[in-house]
Design a protein around this ligand. Structure first.
Ligand code: ZN
Ligand code: ZN
Length: 189
């Protein structure tokens, strides 16, 4: 009979793992999170030890939030967001995390220099109509290989223009467009 002589070690608790992934410095210094991070630079921590929260399922939490809960001995206040008062996203020092409302969190991050969409930079909005005023309905809109928006109505006008060119009739797309507008005005519907 084979005997496993390796000592049975208790799986590490999330608390232990959290501390293992953190570089802890002085009380008021930033504590660096060395675990995985999301694309925007915030830490991610998986509470996976069996029995911990929600029946041992893989639960992803923000390590700075979890650290706050351990340090304060209570759940993070419902409806509030953790604000990094040090403005360092990878910091998990619970003294640098303050629960604030969403609007306060936004106000602070803008005050720290985050750009405001539509105010500090232009927000690109997809147009709803082509330059000639045709609506980009699902039927009228085509996306070309370059990702550009193509108006099928205008596209068919330029096709018509090319066919006319071949038989020697030189017109512009705008002239053809003006013609369709005129026809519309004369015969609506
Ligand atoms: Zn910090
Ligand atoms: Zn068009």
């Amino acid at each position: 009979m084979k005997t496993d002589i390796r000592p049975k070690r208790k799986p590490r608790s999330p608390h232990e793992r959290l501390l293992m992934l953190t570089t802890i410095r002085g009380h008021n210094e930033c504590w660096t999170w060395n675990g995985s991070k999301s694309k925007d630079g915030y830490g991610q921590f998986i509470l996976s030890a069996a029995g911990e929260r929600k029946g041992g399922k893989r639960v992803r939490v923000a390590p700075y939030r979890y650290m706050w809960e351990i340090y304060n001995g209570k759940p993070f206040p419902k409806g509030l967001e953790p604000d990094h008062t040090c403005n360092n996203r990878s910091c998990v020092n619970p003294r640098h995390i303050e629960p604030v409302t969403h609007s306060e969190n936004q106000r602070r991050s803008y005050a720290r220099g985050r750009k405001r969409p539509g105010r500090d930079y232009k927000v690109r909005v997809r147009p709803t109509h082509c330059p000639r005023g045709h609506e980009y309905t699902p039927e009228n809109l085509r996306i070309n290989n370059q990702g550009g928006m193509v108006c099928r109505a205008c596209d068919s006008l330029s096709g018509k223009r090319q066919r006319l060119r071949r038989i020697g009739v030189l017109v512009t797309v705008d002239e053809l467009f003006a013609e369709t507008q005129k026809q519309r005005a004369e015969d609506p519907g």
